[in-house]
Design a protein around this ligand. Structure first.
Ligand code: NAD
Ligand code: UD1
Length: 335
């Protein structure tokens, strides 16, 4: 059984990926410092899969801690989710973001190299494209014009990984650019539960639905989009998790290199489309108000997913209704 080290494996996308890895016969080994997740996620993964993955409370800044984990396990590949991801916080605390995300990745790569582990999938983001000139967005569009430190950490790490491959072509690297992950595992046991006021749309919607917040603020009603609200490519987190299995297969089977894929559905939905779809699942109208635009937001962002489909065989399965149903089930089960 191949062992896959999953950094950030108790987080939102990481935990769903661990479930899929177990289902596909891999042996995940999780490291996470629990800065944005809880250890009981390991119990939930066990409840879903019947298998308890190895878990280590280790920070990716802690080289010695990681060294011990790599010494204890014969790791085939690393899926690197660990990172801080709050855009607003990154503007206020850029050094914290550069240190955690970039220095943390450098430490991880050093330990990987010391243990001769050369396969890595990296969690990148559509944010690396900045404001795209056109949509849908292809992988060969320019990157780097990011408007905030969080986005820049993703761009810089992509560049670091490319340079690493140039220096040592025994590395096999896959950069996965996620669009907007939403939804939760169908069990309702794992999902996204942000601390404080949610920044992202779907967790805000579910908190309005459950009564924690009175209404949704729709940021901007005057974008050059069909209904004036922002358009994004929402992808079910389980589809996204499955994309990692296909990417893993790709690096198992292909020559070494740096592979880059968008993981999205290719369909853009507006904020009001999301409100409508969620209201249908809820069985009543979700209250909302159209307010000012949010600084830094773009009008439209959705993937051209054809490269991932052609080269990985990746195609998202779950529709918007399913994304809303699963997000809502998870919110309702939260205590
Ligand atoms: P998350 O916060 O739920 O998961 C990240 C995990 O990493 C958390 O469990 C956190 O405790 C852990 N972590 C953070 N810093 C660490 C450190 N120094 N050492 C060890 N563990 C650490 O976030 P997520 O939504 O699951 O995102 C996973 C990855 O995907 C992140 O790198 C994120 O930037 C990227 N991404 C997320 C989205 C999204 O919308 N959720 C979109 C694009 C890219
Ligand atoms: C945000 C981040 C991006 C990150 C991505 C995934 C910003 C500026 N961008 O992208 O860097 O990679 O999350 O984590 O934060 N919306 C509302 N009301 C809300 C929340 C959101 O109307 O309360 C709208 C937004 O204006 C946008 C859409 O919903 O049109 C999606 O927003 P969000 O979920 O925050 O994702 P992104 O802005 O795409």
């Amino acid at each position: 059984m191949k062992k896959i080290l999953v950094t950030g494996g108790t987080g939102y996308i990481g935990s769903h990926t661990v479930v899929e890895l177990i289902g596909a016969g891999y042996e995940p080994v999780i490291i996470d410092n629990l800065s944005n997740s809880k250890e009981d996620v390991v119990d939930k993964i066990q409840a879903i899969t019947g298998v308890r993955p190895a878990f280590y409370k280790v920070d990716i800044l802690d080289k010695e801690g990681m060294d011990k984990v790599f010494s204890a396990h014969d790791i085939f590949a690393v899926i690197h989710f660990a990172g801080l991801k709050a855009v607003g916080e990154s503007v206020k605390l850029p050094l914290k973001y550069y240190d955690n995300n970039i220095t943390g990745t450098l430490r991880l790569l050093e330990v990987m190299r010391a243990h001769n582990v050369k396969n890595i999938l990296f969690s990148s983001s559509a944010t690396v494209y900045g404001t795209p000139k056109t949509v849908p967005i292809r992988e060969d569009f320019p990157t780097g014009a990011c408007t905030n430190p969080y986005g820049k950490t993703k761009y810089f790490i992509e560049e670091i990984l490319k340079d690493l491959y140039v220096s040592d072509n025994t590395f096999n690297i896959c950069l996965l650019r996620y669009f907007n992950p939403v939804g939760a595992h169908e069990s309702g046991l794992i999902g996204e539960n942000p601390n404080g006021i949610p920044n992202n749309l779907m967790p805000y919607i579910t908190q309005v639905a459950i009564g924690i917040r009175p209404f949704l603020n729709v940021f901007g009603g005057d974008y050059p989009t069909p209904d004036g609200t922002g358009v994004r490519d929402y992808i079910h987190v389980v589809d996204l998790a499955r994309g990692h299995l296909l990417a893993l297969k790709k690096i198992e089977e292909s020559a070494n290199g740096v592979y880059v894929y968008n993981l999205g559905t290719g369909t853009g939905y507006s904020v009001l489309d999301m409100v409508k779809a969620f209201s249908e699942v809820l069985g009543r109208q979700l209250p909302y108000k159209i307010v000012e635009r949010r600084a830094g937001d773009i009008a439209e962002c959705y993937a051209d997913p054809s490269k991932a489909e052609k080269e990985l065989g990746f195609k998202a399965q779950y529709d918007l209704k399913r994304m809303c149903e699963d997000s809502w089930r998870f919110q309702q089960k939260l205590k």
